[in-house]
Design a protein around this ligand. Structure first.
Ligand SMILES: Nc1ncnc2c1ncn2[C@@H]1O[C@H](COP(=O)(O)OP(=O)(O)OP(=O)(O)O)[C@@H](O)[C@H]1O
Ligand SMILES: [Mg+2]
Length: 216
């Protein structure tokens, strides 16, 4: 599903943020990616989503070498990957509903189906009452849940989530983890970057550690 072979990443050509990363995440796995601030968690997720390129090495997703994808096929890969960005990346002039619907609009689904799916996921993240609000009118935790809803609404094959529970209180964290586990039970492969050790203690999943640019 996700394979990295001898992946190196430097932003400036001098300092190696990631060094010789070799890892495999199998289809259907639920994996935590951890490491101190600045370890390279976001960098690794960005490479999987083709937002950053590795300086060296190969990344395969669904057995395809993603650095060899033509620019027209990148959107097709991304359709199968839901992403929760660390800074959410919500579109500020669109409502909560519209921010989530975008994921489905690019798939050309009928309007009725889109509306139903968006309302369903909004209910699941407890934000139906906020559907017509603009993101800036929401709290940090609410914005985070919109980002999570947008990533999951399309039942992606892979979910990449960067500190998805960082702004959430314990009760909502439990609800969101339930959503991730449900998606995982339905076949979504999940990779969550977090430095929340209580989360990793509570949910016994495989943990990949990044330390000194290497993954253990
Ligand atoms: N766009 C960039 N340009 C230059 N350096 C960058 C860039 N993005 C990240 N870095 C550097 O790469 C290193 C890893 O950063 P990254 O954001 O991947 O860490 P992280 O593990 O996600 O940290 P955090 O837990 O704080 O989110 C840091 O030293 C950071 O300064
Ligand atoms: Mg980060």
């Amino acid at each position: 599903m996700i394979q990295l072979f001898h992946v190196f990443k430097s932003y400036d050509g001098e300092n190696m943020v990631l060094k010789d990363i070799n890892m495999i995440v199998e289809k259907g796995e639920f994996v935590f990616l951890t490491g101190v601030s600045g370890a390279g968690k976001t960098t690794l997720l960005k490479m999987l989503f083709l937002e950053e390129k590795p300086s060296r090495g190969q990344i395969l997703i669904h057995n395809k070498n993603i650095s060899r994808l033509s620019s027209n096929s990148i959107p097709f890969l991304r359709r199968n990957i839901g992403v929760v960005f660390q800074d959410f990346k919500l579109i500020e002039y669109r409502t909560v509903f519209e921010n989530i619907a975008i994921t489905l609009e690019i798939l050309d689904l009928p309007r009725k189906v889109i509306n139903q799916k968006v309302i369903n996921i909004l209910k699941l993240v407890g934000l139906e009452h906020r559907k017509n609000h603009l993101p800036k009118k929401l709290s940090g935790g609410e914005q985070q849940r919109v980002a999570i809803a947008r990533a999951l609404v399309n039942d992606p094959a892979i979910l990449l989530a960067d500190e998805p529970t960082g702004n959430l209180d314990p009760q909502i964290t439990i609800e969101i983890m339930k959503l991730f586990e449900k998606a995982n039970n339905n076949g979504t492969t999940i990779l969550i970057a977090t430095h929340d050790s209580s989360l990793m203690e509570r949910y016994k999943k495989r943990v990949l550690h990044i330390e000194d640019g290497r993954v253990f």
